[in-house]
Design a protein around this ligand. Structure first.
Ligand SMILES: N[C@@H](CCC(=O)N[C@@H](CS)C(=O)NCC(=O)O)C(=O)O
Length: 209
């Protein structure tokens, strides 16, 4: 499989970390969404990463769809996302809120960087969505026991929250203010210290337009 995208993208990173945890080798193409747009468009009309090109040539887009496909390749007991029921619904909503924060962080970055005069209304709206999302996640995490979202074992919400926080802290130090979310920050720090997170890592650098 060929994974397109740089690891400064939290969405690409959650896929790569998951593949490494599943022991799935991949051919990494660290193409930039701006600098390598033509190469990416050959596989993804949206010019977005991550894009995962399967061995049969099908190119999957969107990290959640990619992870869903990868989960189907491992035995149920090894899946990082619960397969059904309440546990799946809970994990899906945590990942969706975390990824939503990531979406707003990316949108805010583009608003600030690509517009000569960013919309103050839109910028403030993004700040609010990011802040309220973090407050919500911090509270949801505080309400359940154990070091991980699912208790004692690592699962996809842990990975997703950690990569989103790292990206947010690097792309938007001000609106992120991660010291206001100590439990999430501690979870992220624990995971970022692990070998796989350190290996699949790239500091966020502003792309050139
Ligand atoms: N919902 C998507 C979001 C992916 C995304 O926003 N990727 C960014 C990089 S972090 C991107 O490709 N941006 C280029 C663009 O949208 O023009 C996912 O989960 O994969």
């Amino acid at each position: 499989m060929m994974l397109i995208g740089q690891f400064d993208s939290p969405f690409t990173r959650r896929v790569a970390i998951t593949m490494r945890l599943y022991g799935m080798p991949f051919d990494h193409r660290p193409w930039s969404v701006f600098g390598d747009a033509d190469r990416i468009s050959a596989h993804n009309p949206l010019l977005r990463v991550p894009t995962l090109v399967l061995d049969d040539g099908i190119a999957l887009v969107d990290s959640q769809a990619i992870l869903d496909h990868l989960d189907g390749l491992v035995e149920p007991g090894r899946r990082l996302m619960p397969s059904e029921g309440h546990a799946r619904a809970e994990a899906m909503r945590i990942c969706a809120v975390a990824c939503g924060i990531g979406d707003k962080a990316v949108a805010l970055f583009y608003e600030l960087r690509l517009h000569e005069a960013p919309s103050a209304f839109y910028v403030e709206r993004c700040h609010r969505q990011i802040r309220d999302g973090l407050v919500w996640l911090e509270q949801a995490y505080a309400e359940r026991p154990g070091p991980f979202w699912a208790g004692e074992a690592l699962s996809q919400p842990d990975i997703t929250v950690a990569v989103i926080l790292r990206h947010l802290g690097e792309a938007h130090p001000d609106p992120a203010r991660l010291d206001g979310y100590p439990r999430l920050a501690a979870l992220a720090a624990m995971l970022e210290a692990t070998e796989i997170f350190r290996e699949i890592s790239q500091p966020f650098v502003a792309p050139s337009a």
